[in-house]
Design a protein around this ligand. Structure first.
Ligand code: TRP
Length: 333
């Protein structure tokens, strides 16, 4: 809570191109919060460097991610949109929280285990302490809810544990946040292997639909999507391919699984896949147009970065100085 207002906080890494899984599972839902909550949405460039980045690409993607936030309907007048590295309190609080986080806790994080397996030549300490930086992001703003995809739930739970531990020693320091996992789109699977999550780092380009893919590409990817034996459009665990496509279709149209089954009764997979492709392309067209406009306005994005960082710093500074005082760091006035 900040004053009387509940806070919603989330972040997106400026690494890789965002997928429809990121869109449906997280970003699309951010907008709904701005009516009821004080909202902060961050481009987390400091998290991105836990794996090697090409500097020019990281910089470009930072602009792109901010443009995408705005294109997805996040009004900068109603939401604080900013870049993590521009608010130095994040890294400072992360250090402090490292001293309240156990080695064993960090070792158990599935993302750490997955990423260390994938980047075996670069298992750096930042990859290990990634969750404490994320906890700092969240706790600096006295956050109540954290809308994230299901894969980030474990990190938010660790953040709760850290906040509770700190509060036990220093009562009344942090609001303890709750993860909120979107009902729709929480599990968008790969189009090539529907038992795996759709991931922006998938090597098979046909497995993943990106928010910024053009219409033809989107339709082609859905045409090639793996389906199951039989020919019926039916939502069922023994039809993971078809069920995944139905979930995507349902997210974009708002139709229930029964409605979708009825709509495609007696029609083959081909027709169904085309409909999913066209619907996805139509739904993304508005976001893509707005994105292009935003991205072309570099000065506008930079002005937003500056304004967002100033807004965020105001709150971040207050929480950090409260923490420093509780810890016994000398405060000069
Ligand atoms: N770790 C998140 C991800 O990769 C991104 C993130 C960083 C985040 N800080 C956050 C999400 C704070 C929510 C709240 O998706």
């Amino acid at each position: 809570m900040l004053g009387e207002q509940k806070v919603s906080y989330s972040g997106v890494q400026p690494s890789g191109n965002l997928t429809i899984g990121n869109y449906l599972g997280a970003i699309r839902n951010f907008k709904e919060y701005s009516e009821q909550y004080k909202t902060f949405y961050c481009v987390v460039d400091q998290h991105a460097i836990t794996v090697r980045q090409i500097p020019a690409e990281l910089r470009r993607r930072t602009y792109e991610t901010l443009a995408l936030y705005m294109a997805c309907g996040l009004d900068p007048e109603k939401n604080t949109l900013y870049v993590q590295s521009m608010v130095h309190e994040h890294a400072e609080l992360a250090w402090i929280l490292n001293c309240f986080t156990m080695f064993g806790e960090l070792s158990r994080m599935t993302q750490f285990k997955d990423k260390s397996a994938k980047h075996a030549d670069n298992i750096n300490a930042g990859l290990f302490t990634y969750p404490t930086l994320m906890a700092a992001d969240i706790l600096l703003y006295q956050t109540d809810v954290v809308p994230v995809g299901i894969d980030q739930k474990q990190h938010v739970e660790l953040c709760r544990d850290i906040a509770e531990r700190f509060n036990q020693i220093h009562p009344g320091t942090f609001t303890v946040p709750e993860p909120v996992i979107a009902k729709s789109g929480m599990k968008i699977m790969s189009l090539a292997d529907p038992t795996k999550k759709m991931s922006k780092s998938d090597e098979n380009a046909n497995a993943v639909v990106y928010i910024l893919d053009d219409r033809d590409t989107i339709i082609r990817k859905f045409k090639r999507a793996v389906t199951d034996s039989g020919s019926e459009v039916r939502y069922s665990p023994d039809k993971p391919g078809v069920s995944n496509l139905m979930s995507i279709y349902s997210c974009f149209t708002g139709k229930s699984m029964e409605e979708i089954e009825r709509e495609f009764e007696g029609k083959g997979y081909g027709e169904f896949k085309l409909a999913v492709g066209e619907t996805t392309a139509d739904a993304l067209a508005a976001v893509q147009n707005e994105y292009k406009l935003r991205l072309a306005d570099k000065a506008g994005l930079e002005a937003q970065m500056k304004k967002g960082a100033e807004e965020a710093s105001y709150y971040a500074r207050r929480t950090l100085s409260k923490v420093q005082k509780k810890l016994g760091f000398v405060q000069l006035h």
